[in-house]
Design a protein around this ligand. Structure first.
Ligand SMILES: *Cc1c(COP(=O)(O)O)cnc(C)c1O
Length: 234
């Protein structure tokens, strides 16, 4: 059960995040609706996740597919909720995840891209995906090197997937300034790929609770915000 105090706190947190996102779009002279907030609900149970949706957050992100399934079995989410899979996806988790029509942020290999396309074709759907790029160059980080991203984009399956952009995370412990430089690099990689490959990659998923303002300044269209939304929530 989610008590009223928790619901109120989540609503306040949501409104405060929306205000800060709007302040960041304003500061960057970008339209307020050019950035979508993905509320990362991996920290909380199904009912608390539902409370976030009811507070107005209609894009929900999970990093583990099992949690995505479990939450959707446990409660009924409003029909306008869009799910985002933001963490590593194992191929054996694809089949059960696709019926929830998630936007998959974390495609980081040819094998995974092909497997998503094949299963999408079987399920008669097209899955919208982003390619995850390891922009910080840290070994521990997931994602492809910029060179490997280009290879992936020039060898895409002809059906089943629709690649709409890139996802990136700033390296661990980077300050706002370093994070901003990494987001700028992601954006210029995107611009370069669009131009040289003649493709369209409108979406940039970058920025989390600690660095979303920097990401928005550098062109993020989706920010993935978790901990800020659950401050003060046990
Ligand atoms: C947890 C997570 C987030 C949210 O991070 P916060 O710092 O809690 O806002 C964003 N992106 C990914 C991939 C995550 O796993």
């Amino acid at each position: 059960m989610v008590d009223q105090q928790t619901k109120d706190r989540i609503r306040q947190n949501w409104q405060s995040v929306v205000r800060d996102v709007h302040a960041a779009t304003d500061a960057a002279s970008r339209p307020a609706d050019s950035v979508h907030v993905v509320g990362v609900s991996k920290y909380v149970d199904a009912e608390t996740t539902l409370a976030l949706a009811q507070a107005g957050c209609h894009a929900l992100g999970e990093n583990r597919p099992q949690l995505l399934w479990q939450k959707n079995e446990a409660v009924t989410f409003p029909a306008d909720v869009r799910w985002h899979l933001i963490g590593h996806l194992q191929r054996n988790k694809i089949r059960r995840s696709l019926p929830l029509s998630p936007l998959i942020h974390s495609v980081d290999s040819d094998r995974l891209m092909t497997a998503i396309a094949d299963e999408s074709i079987l399920q008669r759907r097209t899955t919208t995906v982003l390619v995850e790029v390891n922009i910080s160059g840290e070994k521990a980080k997931t994602g492809l090197s910029p060179e490997a991203v280009e290879h992936l984009l020039t060898h895409l399956p002809s059906e089943g997937v629709n690649v709409v952009g890139l996802m990136a995370m700033a390296g661990w412990g980077t300050d706002q300034q370093d994070a901003r430089a990494q987001f700028a690099q992601t954006r210029s990689l995107r611009d370069d790929l669009q131009q040289r490959l003649g493709i369209s990659l409108p979406e940039l998923s970058m920025g989390m609770s600690g660095d979303f303002a920097a990401a928005i300044a550098e062109g993020a269209t989706m920010v993935r915000i978790g901990s800020r939304l659950f401050e003060g929530v046990r």
